[in-house]
Design a protein around this ligand. Structure first.
Ligand SMILES: *Cc1c(COP(=O)(O)O)cnc(C)c1O
Length: 413
């Protein structure tokens, strides 16, 4: 038997079935037309954002990194609820524009921006987080040629990293950002070239569950920003402090203590150096905002026993849930939170592995889990499916195609 990850709070049982925003899984599948289906809960999204805002200093702005989930109705939902958006490609910028979100609320980071992506972003008024000196020159040339004043910030590759993060994106040799010792010279050049100077972006890692590590990193980020602003010779208009807030995926993971992070930030914000006293400060979050609000529903199409082990074979799999299968940046495969949605209030009765329909042994959604007995036709729910699911999985693999998606419980505001 292998433990399952913790099911996020906010889900209930109705008539014995999993309910999301009070609606039964089977009804949601009937409305969507079929499985596999991603359901995103507007109720849980709204609650997450409200809790986060309550914990953080009011001065801190909240950005959504849409890489985590760019589903169009979800972007529209976020439009009135976060202060800004971060994209990592021209394609993501186009998704925001299609959702009616103005480019002046958007910043664009990512190595390898092509000329046409820079051109679209600069003419739309998006802030570019520059990732190299060469990219800076290209951006200035494109702005000149197209007659725009570019909004330029520098993505810094800091010398420190976010301790305990799942994916490290700062510290040492990296393809992201510009090494911190070269930042001041470039900052002065951009200002001299007449660009609108939009400050610094310092992102150090992802998926941290240790509040102390985030607190320490945020202190390092503020200290570095102050030092760089001093060397550049101008106060910073904006500072993107990065993110890294993680969510519990696995057995033994505990939720991040955002109250502790908020309290530490409140204290730092009360005594900022003059280079940062007028600065617009933001954090950029992906999975923390959307991950736990999503559920992936898939139906059991076969049940079989091999060498004494029970397999529940579903119509879903790693082509939609690469991360839950353990093939998206994990070293040791562990079980995500998962349940038999049709029998959500039942206790465990047997050991079974839940697998997908792909012809590869990598396609596992739960390994030797303790579950209520389930049979063909029952629905399986994989939790923590709101981030890095639909668009971070190889939907075309084996000719399967994408899953259905729906956002529910999204009261307009
Ligand atoms: C991926 C990424 C994010 C979002 O990461 P999460 O772990 O989903 O919060 C934010 N900023 C940058 C620069 C990223 O590359």
């Amino acid at each position: 038997m292998k433990p399952l990850g913790p099911i996020p709070s906010g889900f209930t049982a109705t008539d014995g079935e999993l309910a999301i925003d009070g609606r039964k899984a089977s009804d949601l599948v009937a409305e969507a037309g079929d499985t596999p289906l991603f359901v995103y809960s507007g109720g849980l999204l709204a609650r997450r954002i409200a809790d986060l805002r309550a914990a953080m200093p009011s001065r801190l702005r909240l950005h959504y990194a849409i890489k985590a989930n760019p589903y169009a109705p979800l972007l529209e939902f976020m439009a009135s609820r976060v202060d800004g958006f971060d994209v990592a490609s021209g394609g993501e910028l186009a998704m925001l524009e299609a959702a009616g979100i103005a480019a002046d609320r958007v910043s664009f980071a990512g190595p390898g921006k092509r000329d046409r992506e820079l051109e679209c972003a600069i003419s739309a008024g998006c802030t570019i987080n520059l990732e190299s000196e060469r990219e800076a020159r290209r951006a200035l040339d494109i702005a000149d040629r197209t007659g725009h004043r570019p909004r330029l910030a520098i993505r810094v590759n800091p010398s420190f990293e976010l301790r305990g993060s799942g994916m490290k994106m700062g510290g040492g040799a990296k393809q992201f950002g510009i090494d911190e010792d070269r930042v001041p010279a470039l900052g002065r050049d951009l200002i001299a070239a007449g660009a609108e100077w939009c400050g610094l972006h310092i992102f150090t890692g992802s998926q941290a569950l240790d509040a102390e590590a985030i607190i320490e990193t945020q202190a390092n980020v503020l200290a570095l920003a102050d030092r760089l602003a001093g060397e550049i010779g101008e106060p910073l208009a904006k500072l993107n402090m990065g993110g890294g807030f993680g969510i519990p995926y696995f057995h033994g993971d505990a939720p991040l203590d955002i109250a502790a992070i908020g309290a530490a930030l409140e204290e730092r914000f009360a005594s900022l150096p003059s280079s940062l006293s007028e600065t617009e400060l933001c954090i950029e979050l992906g999975r923390y905002l959307v991950g736990e609000a999503g559920v992936y529903l898939t139906r059991i199409v076969d049940r079989k026993v091999s060498h004494g082990y029970t397999f529940l074979i579903t119509d879903g799999g790693l082509h939609h849930q690469l991360a839950a299968s353990g093939n998206f940046g994990t070293v040791v495969r562990r079980n995500y939170p998962l349940a038999i949605a049709s029998r959500f209030d039942a206790g465990p009765e047997e050991e079974a592995s839940v697998v997908g329909c792909l012809c590869t042994p990598l396609d596992r959604l739960a390994d030797q889990a303790h579950l209520p007995r389930a049979d063909v036709g029952d629905l399986i729910a994989v939790f923590c499916a709101g981030a890095y699911g639909a668009t971070a999985s190889p939907a075309q693999f084996l000719g399967q195609g994408p899953a259905r998606e729906m956002l529910i419980g999204a009261a307009p505001r």
